[in-house]
Design a protein around this ligand. Structure first.
Ligand SMILES: Cc1cc2nc3c(=O)[nH]c(=O)nc-3n(C[C@H](O)[C@H](O)[C@H](O)COP(=O)(O)O)c2cc1C
Length: 364
């Protein structure tokens, strides 16, 4: 029987357990450059089999929030070097999540205060971006109406992902996770309710809606090696105004199959609970059957539910998000059945050391 504390061979990278630290935006990079606090934060959590960092934007256009780090400048690469060195010094493994928010941005964050971009010119209703208010102070602003990307612009965005992936390797990361989840750029293209384009990158044809993400996966894999590339998805996601659409299960299963042939490090599903609530566990099983590689699941796990999914063969690795915020030694706490501390959601995003690097390891 496999357990959470077994080792796992991630396409040649030895993980010391099957617990992944899920990517979590913490909004501490005031200048978009990760600093010494960030290095401390991740090093404290290096007991995870694999850390996936918070989303790091691949370009200024890809940014949707103030104070999130990037992976497109020399200064950012230098900052991340200290992070990966600190994690590796603790014996951990770390992938960078590379991110383009697409339409989920505000003009005050965009180069030249231009409109953010998406598959179509439709804003996400009721969604706020953490951006600049009219008076120039940081605050919540409704996301702006995006501009529909021309097909000719898509290779440029793919190239930004390739560059960010190369930067990640230069910065010492063990690999990258392409952010294809949670209503951001790639999911905006995959979603048939939103992506009503009438060109080769959208519309009723599933293959058209998958084209952009698969082209990007292939380009990144060609640049750094497929074994160093993971991707995160959130089938049936409804956050950030993502609509239900016809052929939704078929779309995601087609993507699972297409990814299966590409020799990736892993596919990571971010929203286990929401999937089970919407379409039931059968979908997870079907996805599992369609995707032949390492599958990571995330969403509301406890030690018991994580063990149950590994035992049932639903997942190879299990990701914990929020529990890692207040429990830097989460793996040891799970292993020993020690109690978990509760994180303070007021300090999840933004601020400094408080609620970031000051959660202690367990002491009996
Ligand atoms: C503070 C916070 C920030 C997050 N930021 C990201 C992110 O940058 N990228 C991402 O893919 N998911 C992000 N997520 C989602 C988590 O990775 C995870 O899927 C979710 O929290 C469910 O896992 P949990 O129940 O163990 O927390 C974030 C979640 C939280 C709580």
């Amino acid at each position: 029987m496999s357990t959470l504390f077994d080792r796992h061979d991630l396409a040649g990278l030895a993980l010391r357990n099957r617990i992944v630290m899920a990517p979590m935006t913490r909004s501490r990079a005031v200048t978009t450059v990760p600093d010494a606090l960030t290095a401390t934060y991740y090093a404290q959590r290096a007991g995870a089999g694999l850390i996936v960092t918070e989303g790091a934007q691949v370009s200024e256009q890809g940014r949707g929030y103030l104070f999130t780090p990037g992976l497109h400048s020399k200064a950012q690469v230098a900052g991340w070097k200290d992070v990966t060195a600190a994690v590796h010094a603790e014996g951990g493994a770390i992938f960078a999540q590379i991110w383009h928010v697409g339409r989920l941005s505000h003009t005050s964050l965009q180069p030249g205060e231009r409109a953010p971009v998406g598959p179509v010119a439709r804003a996400a209703a009721g969604v706020q971006a953490f951006a600049f208010r009219e008076d120039g102070t940081p605050g919540q602003m409704p996301v702006s109406v995006p501009r529909a990307l021309a097909a000719a612009e898509l290779p440029g965005i793919t190239a930004d992902f390739v560059e960010a992936a190369r930067n990640a390797i230069e910065a010492g990361f063990d690999g990258v996770e392409i952010h294809g989840a949670n209503g951001y750029l790639f999911e905006q293209f995959v979603n048939g309710g939103l992506n009503t384009r009438d060109d080769a990158y959208g519309g009723a044809e599933i293959a058209n809606r998958l084209r952009f993400v698969l082209e990007t996966v292939d380009a990144v894999a060609a640049a750094i090696g497929s074994a160093r590339v993971g991707i995160r998805l959130s089938p049936f996601n409804r956050i950030f105004d993502m609509p239900a659409f016809e052929g939704e299960a078929e779309t995601w299963l087609a993507l699972a199959q297409a990814l299966s042939t590409r020799g990736l490090a892993y596919v990571h599903i971010s929203n286990r609970g929401a999937i089970v609530d919407t379409v039931g566990e059968d979908f997870l099983r079907a996805f599992r059957n369609a995707y032949g590689g390492t599958l990571v699941l995330a969403g509301n796990y406890t030690r018991d539910s994580a063990e149950a999914d590994l035992e049932a063969g639903l997942a190879d690795l299990v990701a914990f998000g929020r529990p890692f915020i207040a429990n830097p030694d989460l793996v040891e706490r799970l292993r020993n059945d020690w109690p978990l501390a509760e994180g303070d959601s007021a300090t999840f995003y933004g601020g400094g050391a408080a609620g970031y690097v000051d959660y202690p390891a367990y002491r009996a």
